[in-house]
Design a protein around this ligand. Sequence first.
Ligand SMILES: Cc1ncc(C[n+]2csc(CCOP(=O)(O)OP(=O)(O)O)c2C)c(N)n1
Length: 671
Amino acid sequence: MALKDSTTGKVIRDYSIEQLKDAANMMRGYDLVELCAAGSGHSGGTLSIMDIVAALYLHVAQHDPKNPNWPDRDRIIWSAGHKAPALYVGLGYAGFCDINDVMTLRKLHSQFQGHPHWLKLPGVEVSSGSLGQGLSISVGMALAARLDGKKHKIFCLMGDGEQQEGQVWEAAMEAGHYKLDNIIAVIDVNRLQIDGWVKDVMQVEPLDAKYASFGWEVLRVDGNDMKQLVEAFDKAKKVVGKPVVILADTIKGKGVSFMENVAGWHGKPPSREELDASLKEMGLTERIPVQKLLDHAKNYQAEQDRELEAKMPKFSRDFWWNAGDDMKVKMEPTRKGFGKSLAENGGDERIVCLGLDISGSITISDFYVGKPERAKRWISMGIAEQSATSAAAGFAREGKLPVLGSYATFMSARNLDQIRVSICYGNFNVLIAGAHGGVSVGPDGATHQALEDLFAMQGLPNMSVVVPCDIEETRKATDYLLLQHVGPKYIRFAREATPIVTNQETPFVFGKANVIRLRKEAANFAEAFEIRLASGYKNESEDLSIIACGPMVPEAMRAARILKQDFGYETRVLNLHTLKPIDAEAVIRAAADTGVVITAEEHQIGALAWRVSGLLTECKQLYGKPLITGAIGVKDRFGDSGSPWEMVKELEVSAEHIAQKAVELMKLKKK
Ligand SMILES: Cc1ncc(C[n+]2csc(CCOP(=O)(O)OP(=O)(O)O)c2C)c(N)n1
């Protein structure tokens, strides 16, 4: 029963139903404070699941906070990793960690990552964040327990939208097949997901009949009623010979009237005013030391700021974006260029857009918003990246122009085999949007940061890959890919606002790089540069070249400024927006003309660097010529939670890092 001392077997503390109800209320309060302190994160689903969390962590599961790896503990698997803030208060309340520290949620180097990471925080069983994987992990754990003759239970927490992932049903089948009565799955049926009501996005009910047909025992309860929950868990523990699923009907945003049943609160934290109003409504104003907790978060952040700044390369002055009175730049998210293009071009009757429950934030919804006549060509597929990818191939086979997108990592890795076989092998005309690419989803953490997608995408025969540098170029690239380019195509863009460095007149030719040259200091950063097609550019015998794509192009431009101002170096920046097919001529000319080449990518080093170095080592024109090369990018590591710009610094992909590398290489060139 509940919290146990694993050495003596004594119950440390148990809670009555009334105490559990009170704890759940307090936990909701702490949950909202940590979300407010983080400035991002998931309010709705953490509030709906909190009664389940209180029941599990404080009463139902056998575990010992002082011995989190106790072999006989019950395991709790958070398949719905986005509900991490609720997990963290659960651990804090149970005594696995200090509840004050939970306030560092989503901050750099915090144990409390945007999505749970078991290697950072004792009490977290496994890392998660990509939906639909937890039940399979539970199956593995349950079978392992059976092999080892262990009696503990494996609880697996999932969402109802999450049931749209096909992998959930593969695992459901496995658990049924192996009669895994040590698995107790709990589904937080709050009936909402990101794009709206689950029944409208992609119906998953009747869940009872579905699980029952796979050989599961099904219990259905009011998941915000503590007594019903506790009774259901007690019953579930006694079931023999089959796995159990508890369908817990809940209210998303439970406890805060203005959040309840509102889809918009899925991934939004409360502001300070909204936090105060919420705590008042829950009767917690006097019970939770809000200011002290927020100060704790602030102090932690200040320390991170200090440490990060200390690690940054230093120059004569601060060259960071908009740090001075001149060279000002405007920023907008590149994703908006994608939406703009879909809105403008979506009238073409062949276009169909496939929704994957993240439509607003990746702007694919701009295709139909305010245009009811397009509604029938908007196909909501639910959270089902793999099936949607193959469905897109089906549309293409029938002459349609399918477009689909999600977080770049879920749109390139989870469905890689479907892209490879259904789309690329058949050479189908499908536009795949890898949204929120690179570090730009910052606080969501490593699970959501696509830093490997370009390896896979450009490795596929028939696939074209474009990584535009700003909002304007994203619009142009989407215009082109959507209506002119025929074949499999992947466009990668960012979530965070990034510098706008091109305009309507700037050339964009698919497969052809642009040369960017710093010409002067100006009030407006973009105006200080001249941009032209590489094919029409005459060699100016610059000191070095920086070859970049995506948001690294503005960083390369800023690096060119640092190098000019502090060292007098002239830099040729090459905007290689089309990674595949690569503009080999522009790359080779840059190397031949300058003798120093640095690649800059917001990705694990290699998607750009290895393509470029492959071209250069193969090029006969360069045989025997001195060539000095360097690569800026992520160095074979996962990301971390933190703001997008913090991640640019932490992962060493800023202009300052490029400039530092350039200075190092220029010393070699001079020898
Ligand atoms: C594989 C994958 N695709 C997409 C996402 C983005 N995402 C995070 S939460 C979410 C909606 C989840 O809905 P549901 O399971 O109903 O959870 P709840 O509404 O309770 O928060 C989506 C699509 C993800 N994390 N993983």
